[in-house]
Ligand binder design. Structure first.
Ligand code: LIP
Length: 323
């Protein structure tokens, strides 16, 4: 397995097969632990005393298993995990093959038994996602993708789940979109105020937004699952139109981004103005589903970017430092 130079398709294939099998193994551990979630052995901790940012022993056990197996199979690869970072491990994302892992995305859901929980195993090369597995063991939904080979649900259902293919037309405006978003674990007044204001703007009738300089969207609806990765899978499936979150992290989204892209979706910065591929370390994310152009003179990407600009004009600018 090369650590620099060219990653061949067979390398992506080997990495995907490995990550898929490992995610399934982790899924069984998560399911078993969930049955014991009310036992005293499954301790729940608040990260930095924040009751909306939880971690359990299962998060730590699963991440350690993933790290150990990756180090054994691919000793020359790098590893970034949510819980090792929470424990103070510093890292730099390089061009080397790097596994970016969230052992349990949706930990609060896991604690409550709310079945939107996923183990996320992503791989970057040259700082771009190239392999991704997102597995929800509660609903037995296994999402996989490797660069250039499409995205799949449970191995043989190609994403997006649109019928007929190609995907349905993209909505002609934000006002016909179903939006998926999250409030996140940062409950500081300024951040929550801007996130609530952004949702207010999304559901307000144009002209009725008096509290902000932003425009209004009057979208079809707002949803949130409590897991950025599973939110993004809704976009990859084509069952929602856009995802917007400021403040989650690279381990929440790396695996999901390659699956979304291989399903024809787009991921850009959550506050703009760069319309290019998202910086996975940027903590600001906005996704649009695949779709046929909604206007004869547009390409699909032009239709996607038009929706991106509309949402940028509705949401608030939120500062999101990495410290
Ligand atoms: C969760 C993210 C979600 C965010 C939550 C939490 P975790 O990840 O998937 O998008 O809003 O605050 O960070 O912590 O359950 O792995």
């Amino acid at each position: 397995m090369p650590t620099t130079g060219i990653f061949l398709n067979k390398d992506y294939e080997e990495c995907l097969e490995f990550a898929t099998s490992l995610a399934q193994e982790c899924g069984q551990i998560i399911l078993e632990a969930s049955k014991a979630r009310y036992s005293k052995t499954n301790k729940i901790y608040e990260k930095s005393g924040n009751p909306s940012d939880l971690v359990t022993e299962t998060d730590r056990i699963v991440e350690e298993l993933i790290k150990t197996k990756i180090n054994s199979k691919f000793p020359e690869h790098r590893f970034i995990g949510e819980e090792m970072t929470a424990a103070g491990h510093q890292y730099e994302l390089t061009n080397d093959p790097t596994w970016i892992v969230d052992p349990i995305d949706g930990t609060t859901n896991f604690v409550h038994g709310f079945p939107f929980v996923a183990v996320c195993i992503g791989l970057t090369f040259n700082k771009e996602p190239v392999v991704g597995v997102v597995f929800n063991p509660f609903l037995n939904q296994l999402f996989t993708a490797r660069k250039g080979n499409g995205a799949y649900l449970n191995f043989n259902t190609k994403l997006p789940l649109s019928s007929p293919n190609p995907p349905l037309n993209l909505p002609p405006s934000l006002s016909q979109c179903l939006i998926v978003t999250e409030f996140g674990s940062d409950r500081s007044p300024s951040t929550i105020g801007k996130k609530v204001q952004s949702v207010h703007n999304m559901i307000s009738k144009p002209g009725n937004v008096t509290w902000s300089k932003k425009n209004a969207g009057l979208v079809h609806g707002i949803r949130n699952l409590g897991s950025a990765a599973l939110d993004i899978m809704q976009i990859a499936k084509g069952e929602a139109d856009m995802f917007w979150e400021i403040g989650c992290w690279e381990w929440d989204v790396t695996a999901a981004i390659i699956i979304l892209r291989e399903a024809g979706g787009l991921m850009v910065n959550g506050n703009g103005p760069n319309e290019g591929p998202v910086d996975i370390l940027g903590r600001k994310y906005l996704a649009v589903r695949a779709g046929s152009p909604c206007a004869g003179d547009e390409t699909s990407e032009q239709s996607q970017l038009r929706l991106v600009r509309e949402l940028w004009n509705v949401v608030e600018e939120i500062d999101c430092p990495r410290n």
